[in-house]
Design a protein around this ligand. Structure first.
Ligand code: SF4
Length: 475
């Protein structure tokens, strides 16, 4: 799929919009019309889009920008492409022209402009072409987040990355190294991390740490000694946060001793993620555990005294339909976790799934919609409410990921990372620190990146420290 930009350079906006209609293609910017080509042009205050097939124009749409600012111009350009492509390839687009990953944040922008619920709903449905269901979901999530965002003002969050896993899942695009090849490097990684933890503790001494989230990878793929060492480093350097999460992730990394170590270090939220409760799918996606391993891990966690357990599931895994999702929800209902995060499968560029896509039959839009309906209904029956949400590029059907929880079990970290109202310091390989500064002209967000590779992180830890020192100088 080719695209041409004239008089503007908002390539990302145009590509993301084209992706809704023509997913999983290569998008090539050109100057001339190829077989299938989208033209996006700015002519004075008018955004124009055209679609060509074999050099012949098949559709055209133009609209005036509401104002001269960048946001309005980009919005008009996206809308023109959306309306143009709808003519040639009518496509269900639950989130309309919304390309951002944070729909609830957009709702907040509208509240801050003074809009009430009805006006927010109308703007989402009439200007962004969001469906009524999704507009209601975004409003519900935005309201749920309000208390957490307000409580967290002026406080800080922390992410610590442990980028090791037993095996690599089919759909994974995270910084994650299989332990069979990287086990030897774990101690050196913890040494480097300790250096970064100690240095950062000095920098944020005066800050109130609201949440710590240890993720990855799979932090519980560390052995008991390493896990205890990691949590001891955290305890020795930071004050106890309100919320302390460890992603126990893969059931095949969990045992009673590790769960007790987490408990002894006052970890008060863990995540045990089956992704699906169907053994055939687990084998197909490269997870080295069974459904019964998940049940065992969950029960051990209760035995160790964990009272807030989240479970992640993914809809749209290869070969799954509504009956599989129903079975997964039946199993979760019996366990009664405090929260369930429902992801829809995303085909990420760095995943094995992307490389081998032609081997799988992907879920259809209609099937994904039904599966999402099942999880929404079943979580409601379990007394849960949606409390956070985000979207990603290349999600099958262009839907969303939603976190549901029982009252009082919202994950503070998840909400804060989505809403970008709080600075979050990230440590470890692949960590991306985000500082949020309130200014009279709006929020100023800056990022400090750590290198992604474990080897680079270990050998270049001094450079990571220097980046933090410079980036957090006035923090
Ligand atoms: S458990 Fe998570 S981080 Fe590890 S390989 Fe699977 S998707 Fe990637």
């Amino acid at each position: 799929m080719n695209y041409i930009l004239k008089n503007h350079s908002y390539s990302d906006d145009i590509v993301v919009t084209i992706m809704m209609f023509y997913p999983n293609e290569k998008y090539i910017q050109t100057d001339t019309c190829g077989d299938l080509t989208v033209l996006s042009m700015l002519d004075g205050k008018t955004a124009i889009a055209a679609f060509y097939d074999g050099g012949e124009e098949k559709a055209h749409f133009a609209l005036d920008t509401a104002a001269d600012d960048e946001h309005s111009v980009r919005f008009a350009l996206r809308t023109a492409v959306f309306k143009c492509l709808m003519q040639v390839k009518p496509t269900k687009a639950p989130w309309g022209t919304l390309t951002g990953v944070r729909p609830a944040k957009l709702v907040w922008t509208m509240y801050n402009e003074g809009l009430n619920d009805d006006e927010v709903y109308t703007r989402l449905t009439d200007s962004y072409y969001v469906t009524g269901d999704k507009a209601r979901l975004a409003i519900k999530v935005a309201k749920s987040e309000k208390r957490i965002v307000e409580n967290g003002r002026g406080k800080t969050g922390m992410y610590i990355g442990i980028p090791f896993c037993p095996t690599r899942c089919l759909y994974c695009s995270f910084t994650s190294y299989p332990l069979d090849r990287y086990a030897e490097k774990v101690d050196a990684y913890l040494d480097a991390l300790e250096t970064e933890i100690k240095f950062t503790a000095g920098l944020i001494r005066d800050k109130e740490l609201e949440s710590i989230y240890i993720g990855g990878g799979t932090p519980t793929s560390l052995d008991e000694r390493q896990l205890d060492r990691l949590l001891t480093m955290v305890r020795d350097n930071f004050k106890a946060p309100v919320e302390y999460t460890v992603e126990a992730g893969r059931p095949d990394t969990i045992n009673l001793e590790k769960l007790r170590i987490l408990k002894a270090h006052d970890v008060n939220r863990i995540s045990i993620n089956p992704q699906t409760l169907n053994d055939d799918t687990l084998a197909a996606i490269g997870r080295r555990h069974t459904v019964s391993d998940f049940y065992n891990a969950f029960e051990l966690a209760r035995q160790a005294g964990h009272t807030h357990i989240n479970t992640d599931i993914i809809l749209g895994l290869p070969g799954e339909d509504e009956s599989h999702v129903t079975r997964t929800m039946d199993g979760l209902e019996r366990l009664s976790p405090e929260s369930i995060t429902v992801h829809t499968l995303a085909v990420k560029r760095a995943s094995r799934l992307r490389e081998t896509l032609d081997r799988y039959e992907m879920t259809t839009f209609d099937r994904m919609e039904k599966m999402l309906g099942i999880t929404a209904k079943r979580t409601a029956e379990m007394g849960m409410q949606p409390y956070y949400m985000y979207r990603q590029k290349n999600m099958v059907g262009n839907f969303e990921n939603v976190g549901y929880c029982k009252p009082g079990h919202e994950c503070i970290y998840n909400v804060q990372i989505m809403e970008e109202q709080q600075s979050i310091i990230a440590l470890g390989a692949g960590g991306s620190t985000k500082t949020v500064e309130k200014t009279p002209h709006g929020d100023k967000i800056e990022r400090i990146f750590n290198v992604k590779s474990v080897d680079d992180y270990i050998t270049r830890i001094d450079e990571m420290i220097q980046r933090k020192k410079e980036g957090l100088e006035n923090f």
